[in-house]
Write a protein that binds this ligand. Structure first.
Ligand code: ADP
Ligand code: 3PG
Length: 379
């Protein structure tokens, strides 16, 4: 029997590779003779770079960049095995995982470091980009990235705006005359797992702002600043980001990429599944196991496990979901895609325990799931 192990990360506790290894141990605990194959996946956020570079035998490059709060860090980008396609993962330079909880700062958190990664890749001669956006610490409409690439945000008196999303309300003109000229020859495929507009009640701030530190009473203020930015973009460049699907991804990074870097959106999970060649590997497999930190209604809108389930269905392979937590509201629908829908958290395991010892509980749960699967086959 061959089992493919294709989880996303359990954000905040384990990377996709670590989840996959724990699942593999559980499978082998149940039956040593099972053939396993580890193909970790991601949907644009953290882990996208590793998944794409590992699966295509690509190469990593390290760059000194500024983290969301302007501190010097080393971040990586990569080139796929084709030696041509460059992968930028926003979470590497501007990710929420780079901040402690008490450091979250939606006004100052900047995507500047992601712009630095792009610039470094342009310096290396790359022009064909996949940019994974998601898992970001920022709500800056991508202005940090734009600044790093030479775009200037000016107030009415011609002075450059000070850092800070809330300063966007003073924006009068966007000056692109000094934007990196090499971008004109570059293409950007945006790997993303959300289709939120830039502003409004489904916009970047209202939906993803709170996880980045935006307090409830600040949502309207931040949203208005992003709206003003979108108004100026529309006035100057005739591109309307306000309700553009995906413009609100990664704190508005989606919008900046569409308007200024001529990016095009693709489902992150589809890009990753293509690169890891999941469909081909499923051809002689009996089972595929996937999972993520928390499966909820958002999972049904293009998150990694759903992509894996759809690929499995096409190949007529049974799919199993083991996530850290499962939202009860989504369980019924998830069961249409997966033969088993399980979470680490249950009547015996609390959230705290599952978060503290995720590898241990994944191993235990998978062992049980596989034992049941084998038993079912024997009956
Ligand atoms: N080991 C774990 N056990 C239970 N819940 C977890 C575990 N790891 C992560 N989570 C939950 O999953 C959430 C992250 O969900 P995830 O699906 O990984 O990312 P996202 O929804 O941002 O794509 C965390 O905030 C946490 O609540
Ligand atoms: O704001 C972001 O970074 C993403 O668009 C949504 O966040 P998530 O990928 O962490 O869910």
């Amino acid at each position: 029997m061959k089992v493919i192990i294709s989880p996303d990360s359990y954000k905040g506790t384990l990377s996709a590779v670590e989840v996959a290894k724990s699942m593999q141990r559980g499978i082998l605990d149940a039956d040593q003779s099972i053939e396993t194959m580890i193909l970790p996946v991601a949907d644009g956020g953290e882990g996208t770079l590793q998944s794409l570079i590992t699966s295509t035998e690509g190469q990593y490059f390290s760059v000194n960049v500024l983290d969301p709060l302007g501190r010097a860090i080393q971040a990586q980008y990569g080139v796929l095995g084709d030696q041509e396609t460059c992968v930028i993962e926003m979470a590497q330079a501007s990710g929420i995982m780079l901040l402690q909880d008490n450091e979250k700062n939606p006004n100052l958190a900047t995507s500047y470091g992601t712009g630095q990664l792009i610039k470094a890749a342009l310096d290396q001669g790359f022009r064909k980009f996949i940019i994974g956006i998601g898992g970001s610490a920022t709500n800056d409409a991508g202005i940090g990235m734009l600044k790093a690439l030479g775009v200037r945000l000016l107030a009415t008196d011609g002075s450059e705006l000070e850092n800070g999303v809330l300063n966007l309300e003073k924006l009068a003109t966007i000056d692109i005359r000094q934007m990196d000229a090499r971008l004109a020859d570059a293409t950007f495929t945006i790997a993303c797992d959300v289709d939120n507009p830039l502003i409004g009640e489904r916009g970047a701030t209202a939906i993803f702002g709170p996880q980045k530190g935006v307090k409830k009473h600040q949502i309207v203020h931040f949203d208005n600043c992003l709206k003003h930015f979108a108004d100026i973009v529309e006035k100057q460049f005739s591109i309307r980001l306000h309700d553009y699907k995906g413009a609100g991804a990664a704190g508005g990074m989606g919008g900046a990429l569409i308007a200024f870097l001529k990016g095009t959106f693709h489902a992150g999970i589809e890009i990753v599944l293509g690169a890891v060649k999941l469909q081909g590997h499923l051809a002689d497999a009996q089972l595929v196991i996937t999972g993520e930190g928390k499966s909820d209604l958002q999972t049904l809108h293009g998150k990694a496990p759903l992509g894996v389930a759809k690929a499995a269905k096409q190949a007529n392979v049974e799919a199993i979901l083991l996530s850290g937590g499962i939202d009860v509201k989504a369980k019924g629908t998830l069961q249409k895609y997966f033969s088993v829908v399980e979470s680490l958290v249950d009547q015996e395991v609390t959230v705290q325990q599952a978060m503290q010892e995720p590898a241990h509980f994944i191993r235990l749960k998978i062992k049980k799931i596989i034992e049941c699967y084998i038993q079912k086959g024997d009956d």
